[in-house]
Write a protein that binds this ligand. Sequence first.
Ligand code: GTP
Ligand code: MG
Length: 288
Amino acid sequence: MTFWDQVRSTWNATVESADRAVAAPSVHLKPMFRFSLYRPKVPIVVTGDRGAGKSLMYDAIVGKVGTTYAPPGKSDDAEPHKIVLSTSSKRVRCAMVVVPGQDSREREDALEPMMTGGAFPTGLVHVTCYGHNTVWDSRDRRTVGDDFALREGTLTAESLRQRNLEQEAEEFEKVCAMLRDAWHRKSDVWLIIAVAKCDLYWSRIDKARDHYLPGAADSRFAAALRGLVAHVGESNFAGLAVLPLSCYPDSHEFHPTLPMARPELDQRQATVLVNRFRSVLGDFCGRR
Ligand SMILES: Nc1nc2c(ncn2[C@@H]2O[C@H](COP(=O)(O)OP(=O)(O)OP(=O)(O)O)[C@@H](O)[C@H]2O)c(=O)[nH]1
Ligand SMILES: [Mg+2]
């Protein structure tokens, strides 16, 4: 099987397990004891555009998202975490830093020490959401809409989604540019593209797969991913996965004047996806 066939096959198996809602055994993952004297061994960076679902991804994998859970809202600064992953045979301590999206001082400050001057993350999770980014401020949301209507014509959910996808691809290209330098001549590194909020577009999940995964006609995002893998070298990856993820099935408002998008997955199916994601993360972290 080729490199990308393997990635595609893991994606397909994940979609199938959520469709059938079959629970798979998962690795155990929890925050490290705050005063622990152990130092984390595996540095992991989490990147992705504003409102893509990075903070929710972290809360979901450490098991914080339950029935009484309230999402944390916009993150202004990098969020550093220490976690322990346990499988039946291994325990791995990881440092996971969630970096805010889009250009900002906080983003640069968080990324630079981890990606330049010889430093590099062992693993990177890049969170995407197929154009369903949350715009935090309702005033911003209105401005995005007005702006859009003025410059590009009719405001529809689809036109806003396409615009978010462009911005997402641009953000990913920047992350890839940094990774090309950081991972140059390195081996045993790994990358996971989390295709989050997929409860909002489960009926189009195959289209989402073809958007993110390199294939016959690469999107701008897929071309950046293919370019990064070619630069680093397939054999230098301890693992690469593109995985559908749903951490918090909920309605999504593209704009106050447009109808809400409704979740198409139930909580049980979302849990299957979170468990699958955790397993792949645990597997990659344990491979060195
Ligand atoms: N439908 C649905 N909505 C989600 C999901 N995950 C997150 N959301 C929604 O998206 C919002 C943004 O998610 P966050 O995880 O806070 O986004 P972020 O990437 O950390 O954003 P910044 O902090 O701005 O960088 C949340 O408040 C939820 O309302 C999901 O799996 N499904
Ligand atoms: Mg956040």
